[in-house]
Design a protein around this ligand. Structure first.
Ligand code: ADP
Length: 565
């Protein structure tokens, strides 16, 4: 009945532990892991990361276009300041325009269209270039035709008035000795009261290709890479009229561009009409990055999940262990109080009976005295065990080793128990070798160990009441054996019985009084003498405890902090 109740309590506690662990830790952890996994899966499915990077790229390209435009507007505006006034004569205008061209090698042409008066100056160093000459003729003709048409002129006036700084841009493809070039012209009006004078500057395609555009791209990439760690960005500019589907050939690209398609492109339509910007990551693609990120996230999540599960298993293990110790302790308290109460009650009962003088026969009186002595001996043994145990636990237990005739010690100890052993109907078989050398031991401790072993043999025997005590020399040690033919000990319990508070699950053990301290003391005492304790037992046939004490000189002095495990 008692056993059942304990099991119920243990089971209930374990059930509560499982519920607490489950509700407080496992459920939230599992929910978190599940949410993260499904989030990652949806990231993978919807390519969220890729879309985010692409949007970031698009925003960056829009910003870069604005910056390029701003730089170009500024350049044209600065040159406009240097233009001659509307009423200057042709020679003066030519002179001023030449001055502008010599100041800025980035310009190929500078011109003023004042009705039919056209001043069109070309960079002196390029004037002999056939391509530049053809280009100039073409420009003079087409601009003249354009600016002479009234309706076209009206549109131009309206357009320029709406543009920032009243500057407009006109671009087309040209050809130079080294291939096609991007020819960009900035147009503006020269202030005049009565007529519309269109002026402008044309940028050298070589300057655009080898200086302006590469510098701009490098600045963008450097600035972005400096503010963001991770993969570097690469950029390029290409002609927007390249056929879709064909591999895009960059006109200008940053150093890290390498091979491959841009991730995001943007056709430029204000200043740099006809060109397009492209951007990507250096040496990798957004898709590959997405894959790697997802894979790494899955690995990290998997690892974290494993750690959570490991932590839970460990916690459960630890808590179960603590609970087992707590249970052992509570069993210990109830066992000890029980064990104290019985001898005390007996002593009181017999002492009171004697005091009342009701016992007349001498023999009966003797019997009562013997019972009182026996019970008080049991009490003393128990209290000694508890005291020793608490000393050991507190680290205060000290041993006093002295040269001892161990055969004598064993014999004397047995003598004081002989009567009790025989009273209980046990056959005592002694085989004590008297020829043993003196051993350095703590007498009291060794006697206590022997008493504990003998007591156990008596307690845990049922039908066959046999007690065998042997003391003999075995190589370098003295062995003390205590054997019985009692209930025996199951194999799985054999290592545990030496732990403090541990008592085997056998019903006889539960019905027998005990504290679970005896064997842990025996082990501590043996180890303090530099020896070891073993048990040989099988259920139903009996047990044999063998304590070996080394013969060599003095046993190691055990440090007082040697607590019982
Ligand atoms: P206690 O006897 O007070 O319970 P011990 O530490 O002396 O504590 O013993 C621990 C357990 O080992 C006992 O509860 C019992 O289950 C088992 N045991 C010890 N000695 C014997 C023995 N001679 N025969 C069978 N079981 C034993």
């Amino acid at each position: 009945m008692k056993l059942k109740k304990q099991n119920l309590v243990g089971g209930f506690n374990r059930y509560r532990l499982v519920i607490t662990l489950g509700l407080a830790v496992l459920l939230p952890a599992a929910a978190l892991i599940y949410v993260n996994f499904s989030q990652l899966r949806s990231f993978q499915r919807d390519k969220v990361l890729e879309a985010l990077i692409r949007r970031d790229f698009q925003e960056a390209l829009a910003l870069y276009e604005k910056k390029m435009n701003k730089a170009m507007y500024k350049k044209v505006d600065e040159t406009r300041e240097l233009f001659p006034s509307a009423d200057a004569d042709v020679a003066e205008k030519e002179h001023k325009l030449d001055e502008i061209l010599s100041r800025c090698s980035c310009l190929t042409h500078a011109f003023i269209f004042d009705g039919d008066d056209v001043v069109f100056q070309t960079q002196p160093s390029q004037r002999d270039d056939k391509y530049v000459r053809d280009e100039r003729d073409h420009m003079v003709d087409s601009y003249h035709a354009w600016f002479s048409t009234k309706t076209e002129m009206k549109t131009l006036v309206e357009t320029l008035h709406q543009r920032p700084l009243n500057i407009g841009f006109n671009s087309f493809q040209t050809t130079r000795a080294d291939g096609p070039g991007f020819l960009l012209t900035g147009l503006f009006f020269l202030p005049a009261d009565d007529r519309t004078i269109v002026a402008g500057v044309t940028f050298d395609p070589c300057y655009m290709k080898s200086e302006f555009l590469p510098n701009m791209l490098d600045d963008f990439v450097k600035e972005k890479n400096a503010e963001q760690s991770g993969n570097s960005r690469a950029m390029m500019i290409y002609r927007a009229d390249q056929m879709d589907g064909r591999e895009i050939k960059p006109m200008v690209a940053t150093v890290g561009w390498g091979e491959g398609k841009p991730e995001v492109t943007r056709k430029l339509d204000d200043v740099f009409h006809g060109l397009a910007l492209g951007i990507k990551f250096e040496g990798t693609s957004v898709e590959a990055m997405g894959h790697t990120w997802i894979r790494n996230s899955f690995i990290i999540l998997g690892f974290l999940s494993l750690m959570i599960v490991g932590g839970l298993v460990l916690t459960k293990h630890m808590v179960s262990k603590e609970m087992a110790v707590a249970k052992l302790k509570s069993d210990f308290v109830s066992n000890v109080s029980h064990e104290l109460r019985t001898p005390l009650a007996l002593i009181r009962l017999y002492a009171e009976t004697l005091e009342l003088g009701r016992i007349t026969t001498q023999e009966k009186k003797h019997q009562y005295y013997r019972i009182i002595r026996k019970e008080s001996e049991r009490l003393t043994a128990l209290i000694n065990n508890i005291l020793d145990f608490s000393r050991i636990e507190a680290g205060h237990k000290e041993y006093e080793f002295r040269e001892t005739d161990i055969a004598d010690l064993v014999r004397n100890t047995l003598d004081s128990y002989r009567y009790q052993i025989e009273q209980q109907g046990f056959a005592l078989e002694e085989a004590i070798d008297s020829d043993l050398p003196a051993v350095r031991v703590d007498r009291e401790a060794i006697a206590r160990a022997l008493v504990n072993l003998v007591n156990n043999a008596l307690k845990y025997s049922q039908d066959e009441k046999y007690l065998g005590v042997k003391l003999y020399r075995d190589n370098g040690s003295v062995k003390l054996e205590v054997a019985d033919r009692g209930i025996g000990i199951a194999r799985r319990d054999q290592a545990k019985i030496f732990e403090k508070f541990y008592r085997a699950g056998d019903p006889l053990v539960h019905n027998t009084k005990g504290s679970g301290l005896g064997l842990s003391l025996v082990r501590h005492i043996t180890e303090a003498h530099g020896g070891e304790i073993e048990v040989e037992s099988s259920p139903g046939t009996g047990s044999k405890f063998i304590m070996s004490l080394p013969l060599v000189a003095a046993p190691p002095q055990v440090s007082s902090s040697n607590a019982i495990h």
